[in-house]
Design a protein around this ligand. Structure first.
Ligand SMILES: NC(=O)c1ccc[n+]([C@@H]2O[C@H](COP(=O)([O-])OP(=O)(O)OC[C@H]3O[C@@H](n4cnc5c(N)ncnc54)[C@H](O)[C@@H]3O)[C@@H](O)[C@H]2O)c1
Ligand SMILES: [Zn+2]
Length: 351
């Protein structure tokens, strides 16, 4: 499928066996002779050889750069080290970057592509469900700092996205399930029909679902690429409380999607109070999250106070004013400015 924006246009291919044809697909779109494949220590042993071979047979020369797996690698220091390795390998402005991995690799490789020689093309080969339906689309790239996540970055759209469903076979179950938190989010904010279809989703044939999610995210991003009109902010549904829970768990207790699942339940409670969401719709949302083994209640001993402490640091608390995403009914969402800290406290207390 084609992704269109004001100044960009790129294909997102979704299907089976695509990694073996990566070189051919890249050759249709990029003339650059050399590239860096950026990957992590879990994925490189599984996939890097196949990608490299495919590139070689299409006439590209590639250098593999592997970084430690995990969020801790998404730093400015690591981005700098990758750039140094690219320079040492002789890559220049005629080169391009392939990000082969989940959202961490997508974000840091995209950031490197944005800054290396002031910007070279980026090809995404996402290997997690979350990266396929969310992080590889929209052009947001970046790294974390001690003060918070994604504080340094650039908008740099990829030239091509290759979603090969076969790579998901090695993805650990928890990582696979967390992708559904973002899919359910897309359904709640934009597509009631997809929400219903998710109850019967065929896990052996995910291509139509992934395509639909790419469409939803790219349509929202196209309307508000730079986060200015509030349209893109709708993608933050469940994320205000979700981010605070992630932080309160020191980014270890919950995966991102798991924290977002809890944040979604909290956002539903707020929506019941502030947007008229019917209780039974909140219940079907909770049921759907549970179907994908996502948490909908905090463990009894979880330090709830830490969640409240983490809330004011959330980007969405601008000058003391909360822009909270609420849903009046499944398939629709808007920003509300009358959500108070108290509403959130009650929603978290109920988790
Ligand atoms: N740019 C955006 O718009 C955007 C949107 C959402 C999330 N993100 C970012 O995405 C990141 C989270 O992404 P993620 O959940 O994909 O995490 P991740 O990249 O850390 O991948 C999760 C884990 O699965 C492993 N893995 C990945 N693919 C595998 C496969 N096919 N087989 C076996 N193991 C595999 C990884 O090595 C890692 O250990 C966060 O840094 C978040 O900030 C960015
Ligand atoms: Zn998210």
């Amino acid at each position: 499928m084609e992704i269109h924006g004001a100044v960009y246009r790129y294909p997102a291919l979704v299907g089976s066996g695509l990694v073996a044809n990566a070189g051919e697909e890249v050759a249709k779109r990029l003339r650059c002779p050399r590239c860096a494949i950026i990957s992590d220590t879990n994925i490189a042993p599984l996939l890097a050889d196949r990608v490299k071979q495919s590139l070689t047979s299409s006439g590209f020369r590639s250098t593999l750069i592997t970084i430690p797996a995990g969020e801790k690698s998404k730093t400015l220091e690591q981005a700098g080290a990758i750039c140094d390795q690219m320079i040492a390998a002789g890559l220049d402005r005629q080169s391009f970057v392939i990000g082969l991995g989940g959202g961490v690799i997508g974000d840091i490789s995209g950031f490197v592509a944005a800054i290396f020689h002031r910007g070279i093309p980026h090809v995404q080969i996402p290997t997690t469900l979350l990266a396929m339906v969310d992080s590889s689309i929209g052009g947001k790239t970046g790294v974390n700092t001690g003060a918070g996540k994604n504080l340094i970055g650039a908008v740099h759209h990829p030239s091509l996205v290759i979603d090969d469903l076969d790579v998901l076979k090695t993805l650990p179950q928890r990582e696979f399930n967390q992708g559904f938190a973002e899919i359910i989010k897309h359904a709640i904010i934009a597509d009631a029909e997809m929400f219903d279809a998710l109850k019967y989703v065929d896990l052996e044939n995910l291509a139509p679902l992934i395509r639909r999610n790419i469409e939803i995210k790219s349509q929202i991003v196209t309307k508000d690429e730079r986060d200015r009109t509030g349209e893109r902010a709708l993608l933050n549904f469940g994320h205000t409380v979700g981010h605070a829970i992630e932080r309160a768990g020191d980014y270890r207790k919950f995966l991102h999607g798991e924290a977002i699942s809890l944040g979604t339940v909290a956002a539903c409670e707020v929506s019941i109070r502030k947007a008229g969401l019917p209780q039974d719709q909140r219940n079907v949302i909770v049921d759907l999250l549970q179907k994908f083994k996502l948490p909908t209640q905090l463990p009894p001993n979880f330090p709830r106070e830490k969640i409240f402490e983490a809330l004011p640091f959330d980007k969405k608390f601008e000058s003391g004013e909360v822009r909270f995403v609420v849903t009046p009914r499944i398939g629709s969402a808007h920003l509300s400015r009358d959500v108070t800290m108290e509403d959130m406290r009650e929603a978290v207390d109920q988790l």
